[in-house]
Design a protein around this ligand. Structure first.
Ligand SMILES: NC(=O)c1ccc[n+]([C@@H]2O[C@H](COP(=O)([O-])OP(=O)(O)OC[C@H]3O[C@@H](n4cnc5c(N)ncnc54)[C@H](O)[C@@H]3O)[C@@H](O)[C@H]2O)c1
Ligand SMILES: [Zn+2]
Length: 443
C-alpha cells in the first residue's frame, strides 16, 4: 500500500489494489438476516453479527474495516456493511435491497427525538412516506419534520439552503436532533452542509437514492453548496452517523442518471481495482438492466474503494485526489458546455477517455487499456469524446483555474503501468496534453 506521507513532489504513484484477504464467518444470530448463509469479510477484520446489532471489531493494522456479506445474503435483504474508519468519526454504510423496510437499521443511528428529513420534490414524492415510516415504526417518541426543496443542481445554493435552516429553527430543533438527507448528491451535499453548520453541528444520516450518490457523494464527508462563480466552493468536511443504501430506490431512477453514476464505478476500477474493472467487463449488461445483485455488488465494491481512500486521506492532501480521474477534463466540459447539458458522470466519462488517451501518448499504458476503456463506456451508454463544440482554448482556460494547479503547474490523474494503477502528477510532457486536446477538439 502506498504511503501518503510524502505529499507530492514531483509525483505520487498509486497502485493501491486492495490487499485484503477474504474469510468467511457465520452470523451468530442468523435470524436477523433471515438466512444461514456465510458472511464473507474483506480486510483484516473479524465480525460478530447479532440480532438487531452489528458489531465490527477494528483492525489497527490497516486502519480500515470493511465487512461485507455475500450476494446470497443480499437477496434475503441482509445489509452488506462497509465500515468507514475515521477514528471517532467512523460510520457504517449499509447496502442492500429493502433496507428501508428494516426500521432498526435507521433508528439505531437517530440521536434525540427530533428528526428533519431534507429531500426534493421528485424523491420526496416517491420515498418520503417510506422513510418517515422507517424512522417512526415502533418508535412513537420520535417526531419527524420534513423540508422539500426544489429539484436541481441550480438550487444547490445559499437561498435554498436557508429553507433548511428556516424549517429547523421554526420547528425549534435543538442540538440533539438528526438531519436525514433523502435524495441524490445535490440533497446529500446540501443537507450535510446544513447539518455541519446548524447549531455548529448536529447528527446527520445519508439515504442516497442515485447511483452517483450511493457510490460516491454520500461517502467521505464532503458537503457543500455552489457559488455563482463556481461549483462546491462553500462547504465543510462533515461525516454522517451512517449511510443507508436501499438499492430498491434505483428502480425509479432515470436511465441516464443510472449510467452517469456508473462512470464513477468504472473510475474505481481504473485507478485502483483491476479485478473490479474485470468484473464490470463481465457484468456491464447486468448493471444496465438493474440486476439488483449486480448493482449491490458494484455499490459495495465502490464504497469499499472510496472508504479505503478516504480513511487514508480524509482531507485530500494527496491520495484522495486520485478519485478525480477524468474530472479535470470533465469539469472543463461541464463549464464550457454549460452545466445541465451533460450530467456529471457523462462529462467524467469523456474526461476519463481523454486522460487515458494522454496516458497512452506519454507511453505510460499500453493500447489494450485504451480499447478496454472505450468499450466499457460504450456498453454503459456513456460518451467517449467531449461535445463537438468544445475547443482547445475552452479546455485550457478552465483547466488553468483547476483546484489541482500548484505553482502554475496543472497536476493530473493519469494511468501508469498495468490496469488499476494511476499517478497524480504535474511531471509530464506538455506535448502529451496538447496532443490529446487537439485530438479531441476540432479547433
Ligand atoms: N460530496 C461528494 O463527495 C460528491 C461527489 C460526487 C458528486 N457530488 C455532487 O453530487 C451532485 C450530483 O449528484 P447526483 O448525480 O445524484 O444528482 P442529483 O442529486 O441532482 O440527482 C439526479 C436526479 O435524479 C433524481 N432522483 C434522485 N434519486 C431518484 C430516484 N431514486 N428515483 C427517481 N429520481 C431520482 C433527482 O431528483 C435529480 O433530478 C452534484 O452536486 C455534485 O457536486 C458530491
Ligand atoms: Zn465525480
Amino acid at each position: 500500500m502506498a504511503s501518503t506521507a510524502n505529499a507530492f513532489s514531483p509525483s505520487l504513484s498509486y497502485n493501491l489494489n486492495t490487499k485484503t484477504k477474504s474469510s468467511t464467518l457465520k452470523p451468530s444470530s442468523p435470524s436477523f438476516f433471515q438466512t444461514r448463509s456465510n458472511v464473507s469479510v474483506r480486510g483484516l477484520c473479524s465480525v460478530e453479527l447479532n440480532r438487531g446489532r452489528v458489531a465490527v471489531s477494528r483492525s489497527s493494522r490497516i486502519g480500515l474495516r470493511i465487512c461485507a456479506s455475500t450476494a446470497e445474503l443480499m437477496e434475503a435483504k441482509a445489509p452488506t456493511i462497509v465500515d468507514v474508519d475515521l477514528g471517532n468519526r467512523s460510520y457504517p454504510i449499509y447496502i442492500g435491497s429493502g433496507l428501508l423496510d428494516q426500521p432498526e437499521l435507521l433508528q439505531r443511528h437517530v440521536h434525540g427525538k427530533r428528526v428533519l428529513v431534507v429531500t426534493n420534490n421528485t424523491v420526496g414524492a416517491i420515498y418520503l412516506d417510506k422513510v418517515v415510516g422507517a424512522l417512526t415504526r415502533g418508535n412513537p417518541n420520535v417526531s419527524v419534520e420534513s423540508v422539500i426543496l426544489p429539484d436541481g443542481e441550480k438550487y444547490k445554493d445559499m437561498d435554498t439552503l436557508m429553507k433548511v435552516f428556516d424549517k429547523a429553527i421554526e420547528s425549534r430543533l435543538d442540538r440533539r436532533c438528526t438531519f436525514v438527507a433523502l435524495g441524490g448528491g445535490v440533497i446529500g451535499d446540501m443537507c450535510g452542509y446544513a447539518a455541519a453548520s446548524f447549531l455548529r453541528g448536529v447528527n446527520f444520516i445519508q439515504i442516497p437514492t442515485t447511483v452517483m450518490a450511493q457510490v460516491d457523494s454520500s461517502v467521505g464527508g464532503k458537503t457543500g453548496i455552489n457559488h455563482r462563480l463556481g461549483k462546491n466552493l462553500i462547504g465543510a468536511f462533515y461525516q454522517p452517523q451512517c449511510v443507508l443504501i436501499d438499492t430498491n430506490t434505483l428502480n425509479t431512477l432515470p436511465d441516464r442518471e443510472l449510467a452517469s453514476g456508473l462512470a464513477e464505478v468504472i473510475k474505481y476500477g481504473l485507478i485502483r481495482d483491476a479485478e473490479f474493472f474485470e468484473w464490470q467487463e463481465k457484468n456491464m449488461e447486468r448493471l444496465m438492466a438493474r440486476d439488483p445483485n449486480a448493482l449491490a455488488y458494484a455499490i459495495k465494491r465502490s464504497c469499499e474503494n472510496k472508504a479505503e481512500v478516504v480513511s487514508l486521506d480524509e482531507k485530500e492532501s494527496g491520495l484522495r485526489a486520485t478519485l478525480n480521474l477524468g474530472h479535470t477534463f470533465g469539469h472543463a466540459i461541464e463549464t464550457g458546455f454549460g452545466y445541465g447539458q451533460w450530467l456529471h458522470g457523462e462529462a467524467v466519462a469523456a474526461g476519463m477517455v481523454m486522460a487515458v488517451d494522454m496516458s497512452y501518448r506519454l507511453g505510460w499504458i499500453d493500447s489494450s487499456i485504451v480499447k478496454r476503456v472505450h468499450s466499457i463506456l460504450e456498453r454503459a451508454k456513456l460518451p467517449t469524446a467531449p461535445p463537438e463544440t468544445m475547443t482547445v482554448e475552452m479546455f485550457k482556460s478552465v483547466m488553468a483555474v483547476d483546484k489541482k494547479v500548484a505553482d502554475g503547474l496543472l497536476r493530473l490523474i493519469l494511468l501508469k503501468g498495468p490496469l488499476g494503477n494511476c499517478v497524480f502528477t504535474g511531471d509530464y510532457d506538455r506535448k502529451g496534453l496538447d496532443d490529446t486536446l487537439r485530438a479531441f477538439c476540432k479547433s
